[in-house]
Design a protein around this ligand. Structure first.
Ligand code: FAD
Length: 433
């Protein structure tokens, strides 16, 4: 006989779980399909989860969830070959009012999935959704899964499949697959480190943690962002670069990770021979606003990575996924009230996205991916220049400060030129203003 649910959710990442949680709590009959062995098993994240989006779902979730450390310090490191310039911010108000936690997705997603099940949703792991079921007029009325007799009918389907937009395309929400300049390849290692050593090296206490984002020499002239995050008894270290750039360079992502780990300042933190427990690689959708698909059609909505909702400069992705999942669910609750799942009602989803930080922020940064792509000098010239300038200015060797200043200005002229530098700053400002 025909299997029917109110709503089918594809994917049990933060987007799918958030959607299922809100729907189940409203008494709606929801089923989630996850192709992985269990929720979180296939998921990779650097691991900073901002609290705000999660607290809107489960207030004070961190008291029961599997989180690692409360992030009370965030740093940006600009690496030169043998030097380092740091900017950091430590904030004690985050101790009482947590802003972000490090998480290991395998643990966190599994905990969240148990909450979703307790709320009444059904989560079916090891099951891939392959296609949609459609009615005579072509409208989506369910999904076809890899299970025997695995067709499931529903009034609406939420696509939360993550970065590979296979079903998003099949639903007609995206016309073309991601291009290589719309996604970054990220690699990450989990490094074992005793709790006290982490506390000592990162200058934190056991419950509290620090993050470091790193730009500069490690990426060998490609635009890339690397990260080092403290977990309770492990440290996450990883880096991401645009697929297009790495293809052109002929390098491999793990070579860049090695280059990062071999930097003397990074070695000081990770030790001479860090013990790697896990190596992971994953894509990050970084095409920005211009590369987003349509968000909905009759009976179907797309959220999270599937809809290109990532702001990687601020390493925000999971919070976009959680929030868009919640918006999709709230929209469907309204659709149930109206008894209408057509575009007419589902457009509420897009309105919610546009009124929220998600589209506002992605619009703000809409030109950044292209600006970075077209201006490789931003990463090829400046990190070294800044490090060399600081190095010169802070080395006392009998040269007068006037002469030092002149040497630094001459260096800027030689490596980039004053007017091109002002131009670069203007372009960068324009891309993020
Ligand atoms: P996912 O988490 O990818 O979940 C999608 C799920 O759908 C998966 O479990 C997958 O198995 C399942 N699935 C896919 N297709 C099917 C199918 N056909 N049938 C059934 N199941 C299917 N974000 C942050 O907020 N902070 C960070 O520090 C951060 N760091 C990151 C570091 C790295 C290295 C990477 C790769 C990403 C990082 N992100 C970070 C981004 C973040 O991980 C994503 O934005 C977020 O996971 C998106 O959630 P999602 O639910 O949309 O997709």
């Amino acid at each position: 006989h025909k299997k029917e649910f109110d709503v089918v959710v594809i994917g049990a990442g933060p987007a799918g779980l958030a959607a299922a949680y809100v729907l189940a709590k409203a008494g709606i009959n929801v089923i989630v399909f996850e192709k992985g062995e269990y929720p979180g098993s296939k998921n990779v994240m650097g691991g900073v989860l901002y609290s705000n989006a999660m607290e809107k779902l489960v207030p004070e979730f961190y008291k029961e969830a599997k989180v690692e450390r409360n992030i009370i310090e965030q740093n940006m490191w600009l690496l030169g070959d043998n030097s380092l310039t740091k900017i950091g911010h430590k904030n004690k108000t985050w101790v009482e009012k947590p802003n972000a936690f490090t998480v290991l997705r395998a643990n966190f997603d599994r905990w969240f999935a148990s909450k979703v099940e307790a709320a009444g949703a059904l989560i079916i792991p090891k099951t891939k959704v392959e296609d949609f079921l459609r009615d005579g007029s072509g409208k989506i009325v369910g999904v076809r899964t890899t299970r025997p007799n695995g067709d499931v009918y529903a009034k609406a389907v939420i696509i939360a499949e993550g970065v590979n937009p296979i079903l998003t395309m099949k639903a007609g929400l995206r016309d073309k697959d991601l291009k290589s300049n719309m996604a970054a390849i990220a690699v990450k290692e989990l490094i074992e480190m005793p709790e006290e050593v982490i506390n000592d090296r990162f200058n934190v206490t056991s419950d509290q943690g620090a993050t470091i984002e790193l730009l500069g020499s490690w990426s060998k002239g490609l635009f890339g962002l690397a990260f080092i995050y403290t977990n309770r008894k492990t440290v996450s270290v990883g880096c991401g670069v645009f697929i297009e750039d790495i293809k052109k360079s002929g390098m491999k992502p793990y070579e860049l990770l090695e280059s990062l780990k071999n930097h003397p300042a990074v070695k000081d933190l990770l030790g001479e021979e860090p013990k790697v427990m896990e190596y992971m690689a994953h894509l990050i959708p970084e095409g920005g606003y211009h590369a987003m698909p349509r968000f909905y059609d009759d009976n179907v909505l797309a959220c999270g990575d599937a809809a290109m909702m990532v702001n990687s400069i601020h390493r925000e992705g999971s919070n976009y996924a959680l929030t868009s999942g919640r918006f999709a669910a709230e929209t469907l609750i309204e659709a149930f009230d109206r008894g209408d799942f057509s575009k007419r009602t589902l457009k509420i989803y897009e309105e919610k996205l546009r009124e929220s930080f998600i589209i506002k922020d992605l619009l703000k940064y809409k030109d950044l991916p292209r600006t970075l792509e077209k201006n490789p000098q931003l990463v090829q010239v400046y990190p070294d220049l800044v490090n060399d300038a600081f190095g010169k200015f802070l080395t006392v060797d009998g040269t007068s400060k006037w002469d030092l200043q002149k040497e630094i200005i001459d260096e800027v002229r030689r490596r980039r030129g004053i007017i091109p530098m002002v131009n670069d700053l203007f372009k960068l400002w324009k891309a993020v203003r």
